[in-house]
Design a protein around this ligand. Structure first.
Ligand code: GTP
Ligand code: MG
Length: 220
């Protein structure tokens, strides 16, 4: 099952793209060590799960067509701790905050500490002055490892609801589809965040739930 929470639409600092055909979106992947940030990135880029990824930090570019429009994702696959000057695993650099149009915060459903890191990172982003409009999607990865689950779906969903973030549980190891949905959903939120606010009341929050099964269970 994948639980999806769609956050309230935020007013963006960037202007609307209008009818431009090519759109760029900078996406920053954050999260504790070993949660699958690189696995998610490589799945999206190549559709493949290769198992081991090393500890390389990179920014990748990948163009895709969504609704007939060419979207160029710049994907920053970060390392944790994100800044060696800080011992705080929730720390996010000003450069990262400034660069990104949207965040994917990844934890492993088997690793409670990694969920705590995501909680800290959400707080950090929400308190940051810059780029306050950049949307966040929280991803609970490794959902194929149900027998080792340490964080319930409900906890992930509640964190997302309380912080106005999107939420998915996926397995980068098992399927490409879940990863694709995460990136496309984030792109939709980025696009909405760039639309000038309509009317004083703005948009109403929308919460929707969706269930889907992504592939068979497997063990590591
Ligand atoms: N079972 C399972 N293993 C996964 C999944 N995603 C990643 N892994 C494994 O988890 C380990 C860490 O994956 P990475 O993608 O390197 O994690 P990372 O977050 O990029 O780690 P750092 O770059 O060191 O911060 C690897 O052994 C992957 O094969 C998943 O969905 N299920
Ligand atoms: Mg990595």
């Amino acid at each position: 099952m994948v639980v999806q929470v769609t956050p309230r639409i935020r007013q963006g600092s960037k202007s609307m793209e209008g009818r431009e055909q090519k759109v760029e979106a900078n996406v920053l992947l954050l999260g504790a060590e070993n949660v699958g940030k690189s696995a998610l990135t490589v799945r999206f880029l190549t559709r493949r799960f290769i198992g081991e990824y090393g500890d390389i930090e990179s920014i990748y570019s990948h163009c895709d067509k969504i609704d007939g429009r060419e979207i160029c994702f710049n994907i920053w696959d970060s390392l944790c701790p994100q800044n060696t000057k800080s011992n705080d695993p929730g720390y996010i650099t000003d450069q990262q905050l400034e660069w990104t149009d949207g965040f994917i915060l990844v934890y492993s459903i088997c690793d409670r500490a990694s969920f705590n890191v995501v909680q800290k990172q959400v707080q950090w982003i929400r308190q940051a002055k810059a780029k306050i409009s950049a949307p966040i999607i929280i991803v609970g990865n490794k959902r194929d490892l149900q027998h080792r689950r340490a964080v319930s779906s409900e906890e992930g969903r509640l964190l997302a609801l309380s912080a106005d973030c999107g939420f998915f549980e996926i397995s980068a190891a098992e399927t490409y589809h879940g990863v694709l949905v995460v990136f496309h959903e984030l792109f939709d939120l980025i696009r909405e965040s760039r639309v000038p606010k309509k009317g004083a009341a703005g948009f109403k929050g929308i919460v929707r739930s969706m269930s889907a099964v992504f592939g068979r269970k497997r063990t590591e």
